[in-house]
Design a protein around this ligand. Structure first.
Ligand code: BTN
Length: 266
């Protein structure tokens, strides 16, 4: 990665960039930074060319080909009013979709809450974490984008793709990182001001892959007895509103409920 391009392109809203040639996990590194110095200037970006022990959601491993893909974490101070971080996750998915579209013209969609999908395959995963130190809370938004890799481990090769495979062109990782940061921080600042997601509901729902389609809900891997439901879009807190066969609307929360399409992953 060319760190000088990154420095040139990065928006003023970001305070600093920490680039590492290799690191276990950019999320873990960001966590370490704030634990060592709680006066650190934020927002801060951590990125690397080689993430050796990337973490995925639900305790999974996130593998990324060295020098080809994007592993980045944005570390921010959370406003006092913020109780959960699931809303921030939805903002980051939106930021990635917009950034990919700006850099490549590809139109990706979102699998609620935060997978970025191109033609039914995942191009980006997001892991948001929150840490508390005394009375202060910090948020780490970890974003993994399959940018230029052209092959995937056996276990995910049917479900994953990259921007290069989708667009048939190499993508500038520096441009993609900086655009993602720019969109994300703009959305985040607005979210802090408004205190809910009402300002992105329409935009998010227009990109929601399951919108008005049947979905299968499960909790702890146990399917809901009344499956399938119809996905109707997110509410102002980022929950997914689903409609049951008897026309009742219920809102499910990420972290508690998993949602997939009737035909499989999306
Ligand atoms: C998922 O879809 O399961 C989430 C994957 C998140 C991966 C990113 S890569 C950068 C950051 N550092 C990590 O260890 N994980 C996130």
């Amino acid at each position: 990665m060319d760190i000088s391009i990154l420095n040139d392109l990065i928006p003023d809203s970001l305070n600093s960039i920490k680039y590492l040639k290799e690191v276990d996990s950019t999320n873990n590194y960001a966590k370490k930074l704030v634990l060592e110095d709680n006066d650190i200037s934020l927002p801060l970006l951590v990125t690397t060319d080689d993430q050796t022990q990337g973490k995925g959601r639900m305790g999974r491993i996130w593998k990324s080909e060295p020098g080809q893909n994007i592993a980045m974490s944005i570390l921010l101070k959370a406003p006092e009013s913020l109780t959960g971080y699931s809303s921030v996750t939805l903002l980051s998915a939106l930021a990635v979709v917009k950034a990919i579209n700006d850099v490549t013209s590809l139109s990706c969609l979102i699998k609620w809450p935060n997978d970025v999908i191109f033609q039914s395959k995942k191009v980006c995963g997001i892991l948001t974490e929150m840490i508390s130190m005394g009375s202060a809370n910090y948020i780490i938004v970890g974003i993994g984008i399959n940018a230029n890799s052209t092959s995937f481990p056996e276990e995910i090769k049917d479900k994953a793709t990259s921007i290069k495979l989708a667009s048939e062109k190499d993508v500038s990782r520096e441009e993609l990182i900086t655009n993602t940061v720019r969109y994300f921080i703009d959305y985040y600042n607005k979210f802090v001001e408004i205190k809910d997601l009402s300002f992105i509901i329409d935009e998010y729902n227009s990109l929601l892959i399951s919108k008005d389609k049947e979905v299968i809900l499960s909790s702890d891997n146990i399917p809901f007895p009344d499956n399938p439901y119809i996905s109707r879009g997110i509410d102002h807190n980022g929950g997914l509103i689903v409609e049951s066969k008897d026309k009742k609307m219920i809102t499910v929360t990420s972290g508690e409920v998993s949602v997939r399409g009737v035909l499989g992953y999306v």
